[in-house]
Design a protein around this ligand. Structure first.
Ligand SMILES: Cc1cc2nc3c(=O)[nH]c(=O)nc-3n(C[C@H](O)[C@H](O)[C@H](O)COP(=O)(O)OP(=O)(O)OC[C@H]3O[C@@H](n4cnc5c(N)ncnc54)[C@H](O)[C@@H]3O)c2cc1C
Length: 556
């Protein structure tokens, strides 16, 4: 068994985890930063290609209060205003900090360029051209990790459980994917920064690490989740023709720059039918555009592969080249000539508004347990604005790191070793009736796509619940596999455990919410209903998820 100890343990090394580790170390704490992938190269942050929303007011006057107003409007009444405010107020500081660290925000006349994304009242989104925002943010944070003393970076460790002692989080346990060895990490404070859950869906923009591990860790440690029904579908995910080596959500930044035309099979720009006029601009928010495309397809006006057409072919080639830069040639290598070809796009699971319930210190309510980044709920309510997720990861990561370091300082000594349950993490268990885990994973993803997608009905959700319960039964209580290095079966078992509980949380909350709001649309309960301006909070009792409604937090 590998045993490690630190003041603060950070689980997940995306934008939130790296920022948390830096902040905790700067506050004097020793930090273990753990990731199931390579440090700073797993999860969503490095994949983000677009923009970061922040009221730096470089190209036109702005103030964080305007950003907050837009965030609250998009959140459809369900934002925790204190978390949203933290995101908007602190965002500019984090973005300027990254600027000082050399991230390379795109500039014009010395000012950071700011794109105008749907739902924002003005150009507010900074970026690194071309399609390099996430890679640049990750690279910059990785460099800072190297420069900062007190941070031990450990990749290829899959955390499976939070270690608890006397009701407090005192570390975590997991296994080293390369050797299969058990890993036991003691800490005075633990931060979950494991990102989202969009891998639950067959059509997703996720990496293979986004299985909802943090939600499963938090629930089993006694923390609460909130707003789990709100899964954001990105409306214009690439659908056809096939592209290799490109991000499926790559079209958005070019729509910010160029507008572009979103049309149906009849060549009509259809946004107007859903209450907005686009005519070559880009104004539909993500939930509105997802709704509009689904409805066009349902009405028989979809593109051949079941989406909508997106075209830039009405624009001069010089404009295309200026906006796309070298990307136009990468697209051309995939056989798409944007000066004349349109492409097909359709909604794709992309981000999770729900997550671990925290306060503005990123405390989960379980002493010693903190959370940050996409893993937390609250700041974005029922629908997230473009660009808010990276800001959320950076701002909340910083806050969690500082708060966890303070907590750790106040604790004199570590909880006694060995940590409870650590030795059992990878006990091999060869089952004669072992299910085919890879096949189960595909069925789970298809089930979530078909029954718990952006458009839901009570019947479909009930069917999903019983299918998920059957899968849970099939998975069983004990992991299995050969127990050595790169044990794919054991990894799938843990992924499925996290995916199943996360899927159950989404489905349970979606079934209970009998209205349509933001990213949660119930075909049997159309329209937003005032009594449902509440958050749904859940925790685990035994093996059952218990749900309760709580009033939306008011400004402190
Ligand atoms: C393709 C794509 C493009 C996007 N583009 C944008 C954009 O342009 N602008 C924007 O604002 N947002 C964008 N988003 C959303 C945004 O990138 C994420 O919300 C944000 O980066 C999340 O940061 P995070 O640190 O919370 O999580 P992540 O960056 O996802 O990091 C989580 C880390 O936790 C690790 N981990 C998970 N489980 C475990 C475990 N059990 N044990 C150990 N480690 C674990 C993962 O390996 C990963 O490294 C995009 C998302 C995607 C998928």
């Amino acid at each position: 068994m590998i045993k490690l100890e630190s003041d603060v343990l950070v689980i997940g090394a995306g934008g939130a985890g790296m920022f948390a580790a830096l902040a905790a170390a700067q506050a004097g704490a020793s930090v273990n930063l753990i990731d199931r992938s390579l440090i700073g190269r797993g999860g969503a942050t490095i994949m983000a290609q677009m923009t970061v929303a922040v009221a730096v007011g470089e190209q036109c006057p702005d103030h964080w209060e305007h950003h907050l107003a837009d965030t609250l409007t998009a959140g459809r009444g369900l934002c925790d205003v204190n978390l949203s405010r933290l995101l908007c107020e602190d965002g500019p500081t984090r973005i300027r900090q990254l600027d000082e660290w050399g991230v390379g925000w795109a500039r014009e006349d010395g000012h950071m360029k700011q794109a105008h994304a749907p739902g924002h009242d003005r150009p507010r989104c900074v970026y690194v051209d071309f399609l390099n925002t996430g890679p640049a943010v990750s690279r910059t944070l990785r460099t800072q990790l190297h420069r900062q003393d007190g941070i031990q970076r450990i990749g290829d460790v899959l955390i499976t459980d939070i270690a608890m002692h006397d009701g407090q989080a005192v570390g975590a346990e997991g296994w080293h994917l390369v050797t299969g060895e058990t890993v036991s990490l003691r800490a005075k404070a633990v931060i979950i920064a494991t990102g989202g859950l969009t891998r639950l869906y067959a059509r997703n923009s996720a990496s293979s690490n986004m299985s909802g591990d943090g939600f499963s860790l938090a629930l089993r440690a006694g923390a609460e989740l909130s707003d789990m029904e709100f899964v954001q579908f990105f409306p214009i995910g690439h659908l056809a023709p096939r592209m290799i080596g490109m991000d499926p959500i790559m079209w958005d930044p070019f729509r910010y720059k160029l507008g572009g035309r979103l049309t149906n099979a009849d060549g009509e720009e259809f946004a107007e039918r859903y209450g907005k006029t686009e005519t070559g601009n880009y104004v539909l928010t993500r939930d509105q555009a997802t709704y509009a495309i689904f409805k066009e397809v349902e009405a028989g006006r979809g593109s051949p592969n079941g989406g909508a057409w997106l075209g830039f072919d009405h624009l001069p080639e010089s404009d295309l080249r200026a906006a796309f830069g070298p990307v136009i040639d990468r697209v051309a290598k995939n056989g798409i000539d944007l000066t004349r070809d349109r492409i097909e796009v359709a909604p794709i699971a992309h981000y999770h508004m729900g997550g671990i319930r925290v306060n503005t210190q990123m405390e989960t309510g379980v002493p010693g347990l903190y959370a940050a980044g996409e893993a937390v709920a609250g700041a974005n309510g029922a629908n997230r604005l473009s660009g808010n997720a990276i800001t959320e990861a950076l701002v909340f990561g910083q806050r969690a790191g500082e708060a966890a370091a303070r907590h750790a300082k106040a604790i004199k000594s570590h909880a006694p070793a060995p940590l409870p349950g650590a030795a059992s993490v990878i006990a091999p268990d060869s089952r004669a009736d072992a299910p085919n885990l890879a096949a189960m994973m595909l069925s789970l993803q298809q089930l979530m796509n078909d029954k718990v997608g952006p458009f839901r009905t009570g019947d479909k959700l009930i069917q999903a619940q019983s299918a998920l319960a059957a899968m849970q039964q099939q998975l069983g209580e004990r992991p299995f596999g050969h127990g050595g290095g790169w044990d794919a079966q054991r990894m799938d078992w843990y992924d499925l455990r996290a995916m199943l509980i996360s899927a159950q949380a989404v489905t349970t909350a979606a079934l209970a919410r009998e209205e349509s709001r933001g990213a949660h649309q119930r075909e049997d309960f159309p329209g937003m209903l005032e009594p449902w301006t509440v958050n749904q909070v859940m925790r685990l009792h035994g093996d059952q998820l218990q749900l309760r409604r709580v009033a939306v937090a008011e400004a402190a």
